[in-house]
Write a protein that binds this ligand. Sequence first.
Ligand SMILES: C[S@@+](CC[C@H](N)C(=O)[O-])C[C@H]1O[C@@H](n2cnc3c(N)ncnc32)[C@H](O)[C@@H]1O
Length: 267
Amino acid sequence: MRAGGTGLSRTDDYEAFCEGVRVLCSVDLSQYKRGQMERRIRSFARRKGSDGLTDYLAVLETERQELDDFLDRMTINVSQLWRNPEQWSLLGEAILPELAADSRSISAWSAGCSYGAEAYTLAALAREHVPRTRVTVKGTDIDRRMVERARGGRFDAEDARSAPPALLRRHFDEVDGGWQARRELVAMCRFEVGDLLHMTVAAGRLDLVLCRNTVIYFTDDVRNALHARLARALRPGGYLVIGSTERIHEPRGMGLTPTHPFVYRKS
Ligand SMILES: C[S@@+](CC[C@H](N)C(=O)[O-])C[C@H]1O[C@@H](n2cnc3c(N)ncnc32)[C@H](O)[C@@H]1O
């Protein structure tokens, strides 16, 4: 099959497109599962009126807004406050108190934080369950616009659909039909742009890493290598929490012991 009169095969034009995007904005699409990613990119390019990926790459190279739209579409930012409430009950009632018993401070990382719902939920639970412990939450995401949004701590009503109403009201203010994280929560959270596949992470320093619903698009090898790096970032006794549809391949080889569904403790 030919792509848009370029003479490149479909395979080649996809690879060339990934390389072009990598040069443009350092996002390495070749690390994501190909089938799904390629289908989404081709259909998006078509809807944008481009005649194949070579043509579409030329548009991205010259129009910043198109590049922003493309990245917006490719990184799926779905999130919500208290997403998977059962995981948050466990974190609040068991894991945070255990970590607080070990140390006067807890350093947590929301890896692939999107617009910050996970980080603010953790901050609210920390105030609720371990109020005397100094808790800091770092959120990182590859999507700059999501990181900017996260810094504001503002959520709409839909984001709060799984949040326990009493906790929501205690830690967020209702503003214009949405929810604004209180100043105390904002002060606990810090957000940075970062590509999980390339950022360096100090070993053995963190107490808690949340990496949920972020690795599903990565190839298995990329996902396994990332989990191993996240495990290395934890101190002994620290916890890694993954999404409720995800798994860690050979956790014991990374020094991780499963303690609850989707929760691992570093030995
Ligand atoms: C579905 S959201 C998950 C948000 C949150 N963890 C949750 O579970 O609600 C996935 C996030 O991963 C981010 N992401 C995808 N690839 C990434 C990468 N290589 N480095 C950092 N973040 C990435 C996306 O931009 C997106 O915001």
